[in-house]
Design a protein around this ligand. Structure first.
Ligand code: ATP
Ligand code: MG
Length: 183
């Protein structure tokens, strides 16, 4: 029997997810917010280059499926929108501090829903939990922030990305593999 795949290539997987990735100005604003929370609540502020909003988390997929994932993403249509980040919050379970929008734009929900639907149709497995759009700012926090609201940070969103998460001793390192415009 011919089995063309070299042994080393078989079983190779990548940990991947779809996300919104901030432009430089938004990342700077988010990072300032992360540092302020870190000062107030301890923990570890996320590095500026790691800040993102997860749209759909796939986990480990075979390397050979990455192209299929890209085809699925290319078929997803979405409109640009502005995220008005005006909320702060904490999840005690994993000691994460985050920021989010009190009013999630319909275009964001539509995009995440469309992506999840197409991915499932293509046979990819996603967790069944509800989409809770947020940007993680601090990990291992020892307290929750006093304030639950904050001045609005406006994030203009005009694309989404596929990201590979690569473990390193200093925490996950993210590599943007590809970007698709929203228009
Ligand atoms: P680490 O797990 O090494 O501490 P991380 O959580 O930043 O780092 P990943 O676990 O690779 O890195 O997660 C990548 C992104 O996907 C993060 O935004 C994370 O919150 C999100 N994510 C991870 N697991 C899930 C999941 N089961 N469901 C939804 N989103 C997830
Ligand atoms: Mg994780």
């Amino acid at each position: 029997m011919a089995d063309a795949a070299p042994t080393a290539a078989r079983g190779v997987t990548r940990r991947v997810f779809f996300a919104l990735w901030p432009d430089a100005a938004t990342a700077a604003g988010l990072h300032a917010r992360a540092r302020a929370l870190h000062t107030e609540c301890g923990g570890r502020a996320m590095r500026r280059d790691t800040l993102h909003l997860t749209l759909a988390f796939l986990g480990n997929v075979p390397q050979d499926d990455i192209t299929r994932l890209e085809h699925v993403a290319a078929e997803v249509r979405g409109a640009p929108f502005v995220l008005e980040l005006d909320q702060l919050g904490a999840w005690h379970r994993n000691r994460i501090l985050w920021t989010s929008a009190s009013a999630a734009p319909q275009a964001l929900v539509t995009l995440a829903d469309a992506l999840a639907l197409r991915l499932r149709e293509a046979g990819f497995v996603l967790e069944d939990r509800a989409f809770a759009p947020h940007i993680t700012l601090v990990r291992n926090a020892r307290a929750a922030p006093m304030a639950q609201t904050c001045p609005v940070l406006r994030w203009p969103v005009a694309s989404f990305v596929l990201v590979a998460s690569e473990p390193t001793p200093a925490g996950a390192r993210y590599r943007v593999l590809r970007r698709w415009p929203l228009r």
